[in-house]
Design a protein around this ligand. Structure first.
Ligand code: PAF
Length: 286
């Protein structure tokens, strides 16, 4: 695996692979890689001949007071994991390389609708930052396909829409969330949890699973279901940010006609903010 830091080197390496007829896959990340990221790379190796990963902690998607400065940067360990998972090329640019003219006047990609509410509501500007950096990476690499984790469900919806709306010839693949044995979704931010918080954290997924089970059993009073679950999360020590049942395609509040649903949650446990989601297919039990 080669690591490059400039767009020029990146384009040259990708052009070489493409001239050899290789199908190019991209796995964008912010580093501090875990088994969830490795699964994205492994999936890419199954679908492509040449896998590019990027590691870039994108300042444009962090709000004031968020964890940009403390976000874990672990390049050497990440390189080993990428190599092991079968990645051929790592792009690890500096902020100056990605935003040579600074970020103040940066052209932004803004995806209406699916960016609004949920994480977009609590993190204003976050999805503009994500959509902008992902669009830049897409233009730099011009991959045939790109893989993202389903843990960031809203992010995946934003990226799918931007690819459709901007006619980008890139296949987007969502990869299921990888979980610890106790159900906690793997996340780079789990490292912020202290021992006590780590013991409580799996209750977020447990709560989503209980809501899913109630829905599968025919419960249709979403408001009461969600209120009870919020109370339970608060009692466990979480400060819920949102807990919603939505249509998985539009991310609009689910209607009684929706047979596919996604339950989405974000909650603070002390300072760390955890997000998770669970897809429910009501037809699967019919
Ligand atoms: O999911 C992430 O790690 C980031 O939001 C992404 C997609 C790499 C863009 O910076």
């Amino acid at each position: 695996m080669i690591t490059v830091k400039t767009v020029r080197e990146l384009r040259a390496a990708v052009a070489r692979a493409r001239s050899e007829g290789k199908r190019i896959g991209l796995v964008p990340t912010m580093g501090n890689l875990h088994a969830g990221h490795a699964a994205l790379v492994t999936k890419a190796t199954q679908r492509c001949d040449f896998v590019v990963a990027s590691i870039f902690v994108n300042p444009l998607q962090f709000g004031a007071g968020e964890d940009l400065d403390s976000y874990p940067r672990t390049l050497a360990a990440d390189q080993e994991k990428l190599l092991e998972a079968g990645c051929q090329l790592l792009f690890a640019p500096t902020v100056e390389e990605m935003y040579p003219d600074g970020m103040a006047g940066q052209t932004l990609v803004s995806v209406p609708g699916v960016s609004e509410g949920l994480c977009g509501g609590s993190r204003p500007g976050h999805f503009d930052g994500v959509a902008t950096v992902v669009t830049k990476l897409f233009h730099m690499v011009q991959p045939d396909l790109a893989i993202f984790g389903e843990k960031d469900f809203q992010q995946l919806a934003v990226i799918r829409k931007l690819v459709r709306d901007l006619n980008l010839p890139i296949q987007i693949i969502g990869e299921p969330t990888v979980r610890a044995a106790d159900g906690l979704a793997l996340s780079s931010r789990n490292g912020y949890l202290n021992e006590e918080q780590r013991a409580i954290a799996p209750q977020l997924y447990q709560t989503l699973s209980d809501i899913a089970a109630a829905l599968q059993h025919g419960e249709s009073d979403h408001a009461t279901l969600l209120d009870d679950a919020r109370t339970r999360l608060s009692a466990a020590g979480f400060v819920p940010d949102y807990l919603e049942i939505r249509n998985p395609l539009t991310l609009r509040p689910a209607t009684p006609a929706d047979r596919q649903l996604v339950i989405l949650a974000a909650a603070r446990l002390g300072a760390p903010r955890l997000i998770d989601n669970l897809f429910v297919d009501l037809d699967a039990t019919a």
